[in-house]
Write a protein that binds this ligand. Structure first.
Ligand code: PAF
Length: 283
């Protein structure tokens, strides 16, 4: 049996600073809200391969939840999360409380995501990206990584983090990691645990819609037909209420007529809001 070291668990700034000072060479960070799954495992594995040391952060950030969202019921599974971090040879787990992260209450100063933060997820979840970018910036400052890994599953978040790092001259390289899917196509998400078996079946409409869009693009169809192919799958699904289905360029700008593009979907399945997206190429 191999004995694997358990990561150092830092609960406050002082513990983190001490543990960080022990790390020589390059440091990669994987930021999470816990409830870790194979999608997070892919981020940890990439971090392990691309950096000398890995810090994982586990923090359910109240700032990115609206008043009627799922902050209280968001899954908290610290022991299982620590086991996954141990398996992936994470050096340090930073798992602060809300009081540690925001000692004087909600911060008065927040990162403004700009216009890209007001569309898609930002339109449906006002203030969401202010909360995300504020905590990401704080965690970058606290962990001081050379490289940070984010999943493409949250494509708008990844795009905005890249933008923030570029626009604010932050000294961290951002790496996007492809979405991990179940065998039947469902994108892994901590929120999948809310789904009943029937809802999980309905949720497959999201990835099927994206795959239909990709198939249409591969058949040489244009942006309108790609969208129509994806929309048809969503329309035929039961128990799915579409929030948005959009085709954009890879930076979330207007859809191109040819070349690389991104198809993004958000939908409610019961009381659970799910998002997914996929890359495609228009001929
Ligand atoms: O993607 C997430 O889990 C969160 O939005 C993040 C990046 C950890 C910030 O709270």
């Amino acid at each position: 049996m191999t004995v694997t070291d358990v990561p150092v668990v830092a609960r406050n700034r002082e513990d983190l600073a001490r543990a960080r000072a022990e790390l020589s060479g390059t440091v990669g960070v994987v930021m999470t809200m816990g409830a870790l799954h194979e999608g997070h495992a892919a981020l940890l594995q990439a971090a392990r391969e691309q950096a000398d040391h890995v810090i994982a952060t586990i923090f359910v950030n109240p700032l990115q939840f609206g008043p009627h969202e799922d902050y209280d019921r968001y899954p908290r599974t610290f022991d299982a999360d620590l086991a996954l971090c141990t398996e992936h040879r994470v050096d340090v787990v930073f798992a602060p409380s809300a009081e540690v992260m925001y000692p004087t209450g909600e911060p008065m100063v927040r990162v403004n995501p700009g216009p890209l933060g007001e569309v898609l997820e930002g339109a449906s979840r006002p203030g969401f990206f202010h909360g995300v970018l504020t905590v990401v910036l704080k965690l970058l400052n606290l962990t001081r990584p050379d490289v940070a890994f984010f999943g493409e599953k949250d494509y708008q978040q990844l795009t905005l983090v890249r933008r923030m790092v570029h626009d604010l001259d932050l000294p961290t390289r951002i790496v996007g990691i492809p979405t991990v899917r179940e065998a039947d196509g469902l994108a892994l998400s901590s929120r999948n645990s809310y789904l009943t078996p029937a809802e999980r079946d309905s949720a497959l409409a999201l990835s099927r819609a994206l795959f239909a869009g990709v198939a249409a693009a591969e058949a040489g169809q244009g942006p309108q037909q790609v969208l129509a192919a994806a929309q048809a799958v969503l329309d035929a699904a039961t128990g799915v209420r579409t929030d948005y289905l959009v085709l954009t360029d890879p930076d979330l700008g207007p859809a191109p007529t040819s070349g690389p593009a991104r198809l993004l979907v958000a939908a409610w399945v019961g009381t659970t809001r799910l998002i997914d997206n996929i890359a495609l190429r228009l001929e």
